[in-house]
Design a protein around this ligand. Structure first.
Ligand code: XMP
Length: 314
C-alpha cells in the first residue's frame, strides 16, 4: 500500500543527498509540478527557483491561478511569457507528434535560458509514470510523446531530476493532500496544454475558441456537480475539431467550427470510461458554447472509452 508520508520523508532525503547545486523547476500550476516543487524546496530550500512558462495556450486565467498557488508555497518563482515564440514554432504544424516534440523542445530551450540566469545545473520536472510509459521506449510502443519525456532534446545540458517518476496520479494526489497543497484535487491538464486540444494548426484565434469552450464546459460541469446532479469527472474539457459544418444562425447560413466535449472517469489516466453526463447538462454546455462563441455551430459529445481512444484527442 502506498504511504504518502513515507514517500515524502524518503524522497526529500534522497533529493537532498543527490542534488547539490542551484536548481530550476518547470511548473504548470497542476498537481504534479506543484508537488515536485514542494518536495524539492524541502530538500534544497533556497537553491530552488520555479519557472512557469506561459506558452500562449494555457487555460483561462491560468497566470493568476499559478501566482496564487505559488504565493502560498513560499517557493520563489517567475512567470515567463513565451507565447509569441511558441506560436511561431508551431506555424503550419498539424501532426500531433510533431506538435508535442516542438513544444517539449521549446520548453527546454526556455528552461535552459532561465537556468543560465539562475546559475542552475539541475532541472526538475513533475514527470509521473504514465508520461514515460505512454511515451514508449525500447520495449513499448509510443502512444504519444509526453512533452516532458519524448520532447526532450538529446543535447540538453541540464541534469534532469524527476522526483515523481514512479508515481501514478492517484498517488501524487495522496502526496499533495498530505502536504496540504491547495491544487490537490485539480483535474489533470496536459503539458502541451490546449495545443493538443486543437486538431490542426495552433493559431491564437483557434486557441481563443478552445480556451473559451473549455472554460464553459468546466464551469457547467462543476456547477452540476456542486448541485448534486453528477459526480465531478476525473477529467473534463472541450476540443476544437478541424472540421466545419453547415449551420444556421438566426435565418442566416453559418459554416462554423465543431467542438467536441469530453468527460471521463478514471483512477490513474491509464484507462478511462466516458462519463454519462445528464443530458440537460450537456444541453446547457452546447447552448452556451454556440451562443457565446460565434464561430462554433456544432457540438458533439465523445462517448469513447480509453482504450480504444486516449483521453486527449492528440
Ligand atoms: P491520454 O490522452 O494519453 O492522457 O489518455 C492521459 C493523461 O495524461 C495527460 N497528458 C499529458 N500530461 N504531458 C502531460 O503532463 C503530456 O504531454 C500529456 N499528454 C496527455 C492527459 O491530459 C490525461 O490526463
Amino acid at each position: 500500500m502506498f504511504n504518502p508520508e513515507r514517500f515524502i520523508k524518503e524522497q526529500t532525503e534522497k533529493l537532498a543527498a543527490e542534488v547539490d547545486g542551484r536548481t530550476i523547476i518547470g511548473v504548470s500550476g497542476g498537481v504534479d509540478s506543484t508537488v515536485a516543487a514542494i518536495l524539492m524546496s524541502r530538500a534544497i530550500g533556497e537553491h530552488l527557483f520555479a519557472v512557469y512558462v506561459n506558452n500562449g495556450f494555457m487555460r483561462k486565467n491560468e497566470d493568476a491561478e499559478v501566482a496564487k498557488t505559488f504565493d502560498a508555497t513560499g517557493v520563489r518563482y517567475r512567470i515567463v511569457d513565451a507565447s509569441e515564440e511558441f506560436f511561431d514554432s508551431l506555424k503550419g504544424v498539424i501532426d500531433p507528434e510533431e506538435k508535442r516534440k516542438i513544444i517539449g523542445n521549446k520548453f527546454i530551450e526556455i528552461f535552459e535560458r532561465e537556468a543560465i540566469g539562475w546559475g542552475a545545473e539541475y532541472l526538475v520536472q513533475g514527470t509521473i509514470a504514465p508520461d514515460w510509459i505512454e511515451s514508449g521506449g525500447q520495449l513499448r510502443d509510443t502512444i504519444k510523446s509526453h512533452h516532458n519525456v519524448g520532447g526532450l532534446p538529446s543535447s540538453m545540458k541540464l541534469k534532469l531530476v524527476e522526483p515523481l517518476r514512479d508515481l501514478y496520479k492517484d498517488e501524487v494526489r495522496k502526496v499533495a493532500r498530505s502536504l496540504g497543497i491547495s491544487v490537490s484535487e485539480r483535474q489533470p491538464f496536459p503539458g502541451p496544454a490546449l495545443a493538443i486540444r486543437i486538431l490542426g494548426e495552433v493559431t491564437p484565434a483557434r486557441v481563443e475558441v478552445v480556451r473559451e469552450a473549455c472554460a464553459i464546459a468546466e464551469e457547467e460541469i462543476e456547477k452540476a456537480a456542486e448541485s448534486g446532479k453528477m459526480d465531478v469527472p476525473w477529467q473534463y474539457f472541450a476540443v476544437l475539431l478541424p472540421l466545419k459544418s453547415v449551420g444556421v444562425q438566426g435565418d442566416v447560413r453559418a459554416y462554423g467550427n465543431t467542438v467536441a466535449v469530453r468527460a471521463v472517469e478514471s483512477v490513474d489516466g491509464m484507462t478511462a470510461k466516458y462519463m454519462r453526463i445528464p443530458h440537460d447538462v450537456l444541453e446547457t454546455i452546447s447552448v452556451r458554447i454556440t451562443n457565446e462563441i460565434k464561430s462554433v455551430s456544432r457540438i458533439v459529445y465523445d462517448i469513447t472509452h480509453k482504450p480504444p481512444a486516449t483521453i486527449e484527442w492528440e
